[in-house]
Design a protein around this ligand. Structure first.
Ligand code: ZN
Length: 982
């Protein structure tokens, strides 16, 4: 009460009466406290009020702006305030403003944390009181000490907990269409630096606030470009085709894979600064969701981490409820399962990761934002629900998230010891967990077959801060045999949390709420690398040395002679080897063979008369295994002719194909990148040997149609004076209209003339649905539940070039619900064989039409994809007729890989129910069409830079593009299918 009275006195003295009246009328608590003499920036304050569309979306923390004589306000710098309708700010201009802030005040410091793929800066602004900023390195050092309880005593830790300051790192703008976070952070930075209320001072004195206003700097500039293009021309706004160079909203699914520079940059800073909290800002809920999650929670989470989510979220809910701000809620949105989001980079490192989802900034005003009853009902987790109708605008967005964030910052300032102690305890308990129970370590054998990929995995883990050791001598720990030189991840280290999350096997309970994203991710499965938990504690006492730098697995060449035989281990470096030495003639063995007592798998590279220094050093550098011999081994071979590769994207969505480009680019595979529209130009076979057409989210018909040609104006996507940031990867004067029937017919001609078309996911369904590949139907079994899981893929035909190098009967593969192939002819005996399976097949039979809509996991906080326009039957018939002339049904495709027969044998990690519907269903098909091939993947070989273990299924198809029939039984597919059924 005392504080209440005092505050009120100052309030009346400093703030205009109108502000007080408004605040009282709302029944909001008075301002927490204000400094006596700070002048108000009257113009700024007036604009806040003018732009706010509904007075309920405000608090005393953000309804005014004090003035500063030394630090430029956003209004002074930009000529407008955050929340101004119809305006967005480029990332480069936000960076300019932050530079000005840091120059103007000793309370801030700015530095670059890295650049994007397209070369734009990612920055970080630190804000605290003057003395803290001066002493930033000392505070940084304290948090580093709390990170490693192995090196400090309990007493030292307690002392640090009372002297260190938590770092609260706010990130935003990772999702480019969610525009408000970066705008709000323009203002928050200024307010935190210049406001002299005790509330703000308390934050400044007790917390080090770090701000990265735009994480996806490439996407932000494109977003702002496309907004102003529409605003200035009055024409239709081009969709935000590309965000970063590779992916769109999946940039927030890269926490484990770490393919993208933005993820790598944030991770590096997390490891350097050990932020106590990492808070990522998004926009996809009404009006403000603060993260806790519905569960199921990730099994490896320390209970402290889960309780921190609730503790801080409840503060925000309470403070906003006191002020009667509607629509602030928690729980009912996200689950808390998969550790692949940006904010999980903090969680895997024992810090506190969280996020907001706010009602969209716009920046245009929404005169009547209407919400359905499902969103406005009063629930235990939504005590003050959003309203059925409200006038919304960008300032509402700024106010609501800035207020909640200030309450969170203030709470962490108040309870700084608590959050620091939590952090230290989570680190300490991670170590203790590794000492007190299995697994005590994880073993990665150095001598494993895929040793180059194993080395890559170790280096990727080291880049995420995990300590990896090398065994000094061979030993046995329980039943685990360790060889000298093997790699050991000790479980008694702080980042055991990360190791445990990545290496454990997931069992997502089917009864739980809908998973938000992938349910299985076990790293060694996806990478097909041998890694075993060590369940005997004696491992911790064995001699081992901490790796001080990245592992380099040197290649080895045994023997002498002119001919080089490079083993095909499915190490992805082999792909780099082929393309680095593109001019060298190489052959592929078509069978397994033995040489000098070593067994080689089919697919082994044989390079006659070419034992050159260049090749040898290439093998050495890439960590490959080769043998030199005086003659080629007596095995049938074919030449690995370098293909000219075309890579097709759709103008509807470039999200998923980006992950395929990541893999090709990484291993140096060149390709010509072009839009599906261009397929219509034809003459494809003259230009390409291989065409890769990766998954595009949507239905077969929407793939064919592309963006509908509605309206009179073309929709250009290109670099121009109005849109200087568009067109980095591809351009078009009009992105409407997909490949159409003409493009599809050209694709068919390409294959018939001897080209190889590679498809995955929806594009595999597409070629089946439209009859480009005969004899395959696509099902969408309603009872199947396989959301982003790791399943067992069984090789049916190890002689197929697509299976080259694999020496296992089965490998873990990533599968996500769709597509489910059926080969009615080849499968007939099979479906009948498993009683439930045949029932399943007939039940789904009704769904088998090109019109059926596949089930998708709704992409993280993206609105559901709009339904495609009604399909024009006449158009369809015309298209099919066009195709019918071009494509004749051939023999059933060759099944290279399929799912197991027994549903209980399918799931390796994640979730699965209704597995009967996919019993023995093909995962990889190779269809002969005319002189060419269509290689169809139902699995997703290149998923999010996580599935390195299946990359070579795709790479083999590329390398052996014109010899895919090798090893094909005379009796063709019927025989293969028959054999599999037995
Ligand atoms: Zn988002």
């Amino acid at each position: 009460m005392k504080r209440f009275t005092l505050a009120l006195t100052f309030f009346v003295a400093v703030y205009p009466a109108t502000a007080l009246k408004d605040s009282r009328a709302q029944g909001a608590p008075p301002i927490q406290s204000t400094a006596g003499s700070q002048k108000l920036d009257e113009e700024y304050t007036k604009l806040i009020k003018d732009y706010l569309q509904d007075s309920r979306i405000s608090t005393e923390l953000v309804d005014h702006m004090p003035s500063s004589d030394t630090v430029p306000s956003p209004l002074k710098f930009f000529g407008r305030i955050p929340g101004t309708p119809g305006e967005l700010t480029y990332s480069k201009d936000i960076n300019r403003y932050y530079t000005a802030l840091a120059q103007a005040s000793p309370r801030a410091k700015l530095w670059k944390i890295g650049t994007s793929e397209e070369g734009r800066d990612q920055v970080l602004l630190a804000i605290a009181d003057e003395n803290t900023i001066k002493d930033l390195d000392r505070y940084k050092g304290m948090l580093a000490q709390l990170t490693d309880p192995r090196k400090i005593t309990q007493e030292q830790a307690q002392a640090l907990i009372h002297t260190a300051k938590p770092i609260y790192w706010i990130t935003s703008g990772i999702h480019s269409p969610e525009t408000g976070g970066p705008e709000m952070l323009i203002e928050l930075a200024y307010r935190l630096m210049i406001e002299e209320t005790p509330f703000i001072q308390e934050i400044r004195n007790n917390v080090i606030v770090l701000i990265t206003p735009v994480v996806e700097t490439d996407g932000r500039e494109k977003q702002v470009d496309s907004y102003y293009y529409a605003k200035k021309t009055g024409k239709q706004r081009p969709p935000l085709m590309y965000w970063g160079k590779y992916v769109a909203h999946d940039n927030n699914r890269d926490g484990m894979g770490q393919a993208l520079k933005l993820t790598q940059n944030i991770t590096r800073e997390v490891l350097d600064w050990h932020p106590t909290v990492l808070h990522d800002l998004h926009e996809a809920q009404s009006y403000l969701y603060t993260s806790t999650g519905t569960g199921p929670y990730n099994n490896s989470l320390d209970p402290i981490a889960i309780n921190e989510w609730w503790l801080l979220a409840e503060t925000e809910l309470m403070e906003m409820a006191k002020r009667r701000v509607p629509g602030v809620f928690t729980y009912g949105f996200y689950d808390g399962w998969v550790p692949n989001y940006l904010f999980w980079i903090a969680i895997t490192h024992n810090a506190f990761g969280r996020f907001y989802e706010v009602q969209s900034y716009g920046p245009d005003i929404v005169p009547d934002l209407h919400l359905p009853a499902t969103i406005t009902s009063k629930e235990w987790y939504r005590a003050n629900p959003p309203l059925t109708n409200i006038k919304w605008g960008p300032r509402n967005n700024t106010n609501i998230q800035e207020s909640a964030l200030l309450f969170a910052l203030h709470k962490v300032a108040e309870d700084r010891d608590l959050y620091l102690e939590d952090y230290w305890m989570k680190n300490k308990r991670a170590i203790e967990k590794g000492r007190s129970g299995a697994p005590y370590a994880w073993l990665i054998p150095a001598g494993q077959r895929r040793r180059a990929d194993a080395a890559d995995m170790i280096n990727d883990l080291r880049a995420q801060g995990l300590e990896v050791q090398v065994a000094g001598s061979s030993f046995k720990a329980g039943t685990t045999e360790v060889a000298a030189g093997d790699y050991i991840v000790r479980a008694d280290q702080p980042y055991r949390t990360l190791a445990d999350m990545y290496f454990s096997v997931q069992n997502y309970p089917v009864a739980n709420p809908r998973p938000y994203d992938d349910t299985g991710w076990t790293m060694q499965y996806m990478r097909n690398v041998k890694l075993t938990p060590v369940n005997d504690s004696s491992v911790l006492d064995q001699p081992m040395t901490l790796l001080g730098s990245d592992v380099r697995t040197p290649g080895r060449i045994e023997g002498t002679g002119d001919t080089l035989i490079v083993e095909h281990t499915t190490d992805n470096a082999l792909m780099a080897f082929r393309f680095r030495n593109a001019r060298v003639k190489m052959l592929a063995a078509e069978d397994d063979f033995e040489l000098k007592g070593h067994k080689f798998r089919a697919g082994t590279f044989i390079i006659p008369s070419a034992n050159t220094t260049a090749l040898r050093s290439s093998i050495e550098e890439l960590g490959l295994s080769a043998w030199a011999a005086t003659a080629s081994p007596p095995v049938k071979t074919h030449e690995l002719e370098m293909p000219r590769i075309g890579f097709v994207h759709s103008w509807q969505n470039t999200q998923d194909e980006g992950w395929v480009r990541v893999a090709l680019d990484h291993y140096g595979v060149p390709y010509k990148y072009f839009a599906d529209q261009k397929l219509r130009e034809g003459n494809l076979r003259a230009k390409y040997d291989v065409i890769i057409y990766p998954h595009v989210s949507g239905t077969s018909q929407s793939l064919l149609r592309g963006i509908p040609k509605v309206g009179p104006d073309p929709i250009p996507y290109k670099k121009s004076s109005l849109t200087p940031n568009l067109g980095a990867l591809d351009e078009s004067d009009d992105i409407r209209g997909g490949m159409g029937a003409e493009g599809l017919a050209e694709l068919a001609k390409f294959v018939q003339a001897g080209g190889t078309l590679i498809t995955e996911g929806s594009t595999s369904a597409f070629v089946a649905d439209y009859g480009l590949v005969g004899g395959v139907t696509v099902e969408h079994p309603g009872q199947l539940f396989a959301r982003g899981s790791i399943l067992r893929g069984q090789f049916v035909d190890l002689k197929s070039p697509i299976a080259y190098g694999y020496d296992q009967k089965d490998i873990p593969i990533y599968f996500n619900q769709d597509p489910v192939f059926n080969i009615p002819e080849g499968n007939a005996g099979r479906s009948g064989a498993s009683g439930v399976g045949s029932g399943a097949a007939s039940a789904v039979g009704q769904n088998v039409t090109p019109n059926s809509v596949p089930i998708h996991i709704s992409p993280y906080d993206q609105p559901a994809e709009p339904a495609p326009p009604p399909f024009d039957e006449v158009d369809y018939t015309r298209q099919m007729r066009l195709l019918f002339g071009a494509v004749k049904p051939e023999a059933p495709p060759r099944i290279v890989m399929q799912l197991p027969k027994d549903p209980n044998d399918m799931l390796l990690s994640g979730t699965l129910s209704g597995g009967q519907a996919i019993s023995e269903r093909p995962l990889v098909l190779d269809a002969s069409v005319g002189k060419g091939h269509v290689v169809m993947f139902a699995l997703r070989p290149f998923w999010r830079w996580q599935t390195q273990g299946t990359y070579f299924l795709g790479f083999n198809a590329i390398l052996n593009w014109n010899h895919l029939d090798s090893g094909k039984p005379e009796n063709k597919t019927a025989a293969v299918a028959g054999a599999a059924a037995n």
